[in-house]
Design a protein around this ligand. Structure first.
Ligand code: CP
Length: 340
C-alpha cells in the first residue's frame, strides 16, 4: 500500500457491487475517483501494478460478452490478480450443475472475487448470499449493468466535468436495457436530468415514475441535450419485435448525421456496444467527431480495476475485523434451478 490509489476510499465499504440503485452519490464518485487514479497505468510502459497480487478473480459469463469480459480480465491482470475464465458453454452447466453449485465449487479452489454475467435478474445478488468472495454484477438480465454505467459516467465526467444540470438522453430499447436502468439510477443521483426516448412499446410512460422524462420524438429532444446515449435493440430479450420493422425504427430513432446537425456543438454521442450500424446509429455518426464510443471502452478497464480493487479491499477489511459473511439464505431463485 504505497500511494493515494491504494488508500481506502472512505465512502466505499461494500464487498459486492450488485447495482447502482443501492449506491449513494458519494459511493459512485468514490469509484470514479479511484478509476481516475488507475487510468494512468494504461499509459505506462509496464501496464501492471501489484495491488491484487496473489488474489484470484473469476470471470463467470453465462451470456455472451466482448467488452465487459475482456476488460474485466484485463483489469484484473493489470492489478496482478490471477484470472479464471468460466463460460456456460463448454462447462458442467450442460450436465445440470446450478449457478450456486458451480460457484461454490470454484470458490473451493480459493477465489477472492466473482464477476458474474447472467440472464436472470438478481443472479449476482443471489450469488452474493452464497459465497464469501466479493461479487460484481457484470449484467443480470434486464436489471442492471453497473460497471457499464460507471464507465459511461467516467467518460461523461472527463468531457463535461460535471453531472449537475446535465441533460442526458438515453435512446432506444429502454424496456429491455440493464444499461439504461443503471444509468438512470446513477445519473439522477448525481444531479443530471434524464430523458428516455423511443417508441411507446420500448419506452412506456411508466418510466416517468423513475423521475425521467419520457419522449417518443427524438428530433424534438436532440437540440437540448448534452449527451445522447444510443442503445441497441435487445432482440434476445424480446419475445417478438416491438415495432413494425427495423427500417421503420431507424427512420424515427436512428442517430444520423442529418439529425445530429440540430444538436449542440459539443454534444457527446455514446453507445455501450455492440453497435448495430445503420439501425440505432449510422456508421458516420458512430465513427464521427462527437462519438466517444471507443473512449467508453478504454474507460472500462480503469473503472473495472477500481471496482475490483474496492470490493476485494472491502472483503479483506471485513475478514480482518472478524465480520462473518451473511448466512446463505435458502435458494429460491431460478439461479439454482437446473439449467434447461
Ligand atoms: N457493453 C457491453 O456490455 O458489451 P458486451 O456485451 O460486449 O460485454
Amino acid at each position: 500500500m504505497s500511494d493515494a490509489r491504494d488508500r481506502p476510499r472512505g465512502a466505499w465499504t461494500r464487498r459486492h457491487l450488485l447495482g447502482l440503485r443501492e449506491l449513494s452519490a458519494e459511493e459512485i464518485l468514490a469509484v470514479l475517483d479511484t478509476a481516475r487514479g488507475f487510468s494512468e497505468i494504461s499509459g505506462r510502459s509496464i501496464r501492471k501494478v501489484p495491488t491484487l497480487r496473489g488474489r484470484v478473480v473469476v470471470n463467470a459469463f453465462y451470456e455472451p460478452s466482448t467488452r465487459t469480459r475482456l476488460s474485466f480480465s484485463l483489469a484484473a491482470q493489470r492489478l496482478s490478480a490471477d484470472v479464471l475464465e468460466f463460460s456456460k458453454s463448454g462447462s458442467s452447466t450442460a450436465k445440470g450443475e446450478t449457478l450456486i453449485d458451480t460457484a461454490r465449487n470454484i470458490e473451493a479452489m480459493g477465489v477472492d472475487a466473482f464477476v458474474l454475467r447472467h440472464s436472470a435478474p438478481g443472479a449476482a445478488a443471489v450469488l452474493a448470499r452464497h459465497v464469501d468472495a466479493a461479487v460484481v454484477n457484470a449484467g443480470d438480465g434486464a436489471h442492471e449493468h453497473p460497471t457499464q454505467a460507471l464507465l459511461d459516467l467516467y467518460t461523461i465526467r472527463e468531457h463535461k466535468q460535471r453531472f449537475e444540470g446535465l441533460e442526458v438522453a438515453i435512446v432506444g430499447d429502454i424496456s429491455h436495457s440493464r444499461v439504461a436502468r443503471s444509468n438512470i439510477w446513477a445519473l439522477q443521483k448525481l444531479g443530471a436530468r434524464v430523458t428516455l426516448v423511443g417508441p411507446p412499446t420500448l419506452v412506456p410512460s411508466r418510466f416517468a415514475e423513475l423521475g425521467c422524462e419520457v419522449s417518443h420524438d427524438l428530433d424534438a429532444v436532440i437540440p437540448r441535450v448534452d449527451v445522447l446515449n444510443m442503445l441497441r435493440i435487445q432482440r434476445e430479450r424480446q419475445g417478438r419485435l416491438n415495432f413494425p420493422s427495423t427500417k421503420e425504427y431507424s427512420r424515427l430513432f436512428a442517430l444520423t448525421e442529418r439529425r445530429l446537425e440540430r444538436a449542440k456543438s459539443d454534444v457527446l454521442v455514446m453507445h455501450p456496444g455492440p453497435i448495430n450500424r445503420g439501425v440505432e446509429i449510422s456508421p458516420e455518426v458512430a465513427d464521427g467527431k462527437h462519438s466517444v464510443v471507443l473512449e467508453q471502452v478504454s474507460a472500462g478497464v480503469a473503472v473495472r480495476m477500481a471496482v475490483l480493487f474496492l470490493v476485494v479491499q472491502a472483503k479483506e477489511s471485513a475478514q480482518r475485523s472478524g465480520e462473518r459473511p451473511a448466512l446463505a439464505s435458502p435458494v429460491t431463485s431460478e439461479t439454482n434451478r437446473r439449467p434447461s
